[in-house]
Design a binder for this molecule. Structure first.
Ligand code: ZN
Length: 254
């Protein structure tokens, strides 16, 4: 196992706590930090603002409980524009959250999402946004990789991480190619060549390790990176350096 630090940028509680088994597994595998987003206490594609706020308080409790091992993403439904902005500001400025998590409640092409991205630039924090391309059809407000690429092109100063390399990673990495999007490797897809081709297409500086634990097995997700046929330098970037660089943005002078 690698003896250098590893940060998993995409973790969800289940639904309030991090399972004991996940913490044990992280320690065993040398995953030193988990960046956690609560999606609230129930599965809700178009959550109320209060649902997101409760989730963020659950995340904060985890940050407090696990000390430096757990960091938080602020989860909001951008549809509630003013309330969502106030919640993000509180999470980042008062509670030390490291960025914004957006899921499937608004399309990347909508102006309310653009507003959250502008806010992320003002606060100098990254945005972790879900994207997928489903052969069976997306949820009504689930963004495609192309939509995220369009958003990133329109907001070139933002640091947007497209989760799951866009779900369909071939299509996702191609969509990201002509944009400033970053990608994370999280999710259930373990196809041969995913990491190697994504790194070849985007460069290792744009790829971040994420698991999507607790729903996805952490060891399997990590092995996608540790076992990939990529240079050691690229592996270090994906497992650690890129996230550290992203998180240092907030500490830089405006
Ligand atoms: Zn996720």
């Amino acid at each position: 196992m690698p003896d250098e630090p590893i940060i998993d940028c995409h973790v969800h509680p289940d639904p309030v706590d991090l399972p004991e088994g996940l913490i044990r597994e992280a320690n065993r595998l040398g995953v030193t930090q988990l960046i956690v987003a609560s999606l609230g206490r129930s599965w809700d594609y178009e959550p109320s603002h209060e649902h997101c706020v409760r989730g963020n308080r659950d995340t904060l409790a985890l940050v407090d409980r696990y000390g430096g091992m757990v960091l938080g993403w602020a989860y909001v439904n951008p549809r509630f524009e003013d309330e969502a902005e106030a919640e993000v500001r509180w999470c980042v400025e008062e509670a030390g959250f490291v960025g914004i998590k957006l899921w499937v409640s608004a399309l990347a092409s909508e102006s309310c999402v653009g507003r959250m991205i502008d806010l992320s630039v003002e606060l100098r924090v990254p945005v972790l946004m879900h994207a997928w391309h489903k052969a069976t059809g997306n949820l009504p407000l689930e963004s495609t990789p192309q939509m995220l690429a369009g958003l990133a092109q329109a907001k070139p100063r933002a640091r947007i991480i497209m989760a799951h390399v866009g779900g369909d990673w071939q299509l996702g990495s191609r969509a990201a190619e002509g944009s400033p999007l970053l990608v994370d490797t999280s999710g259930s897809i373990v196809e041969n060549g995913m990491i190697e081709e994504t790194v070849a297409r985007l460069g290792a500086h744009r790829v971040l390790f994420g698991s999507d634990a607790a729903g996805v097995d952490l060891a399997t997700a990590l092995a996608k990176i540790t076992a990939a046929e990529i240079p050691h330098e690229a592996r270090r970037r994906i497992l650690y350096d890129n996230v550290v660089e992203l998180l240092s943005w907030r500490r830089q002078a405006a």
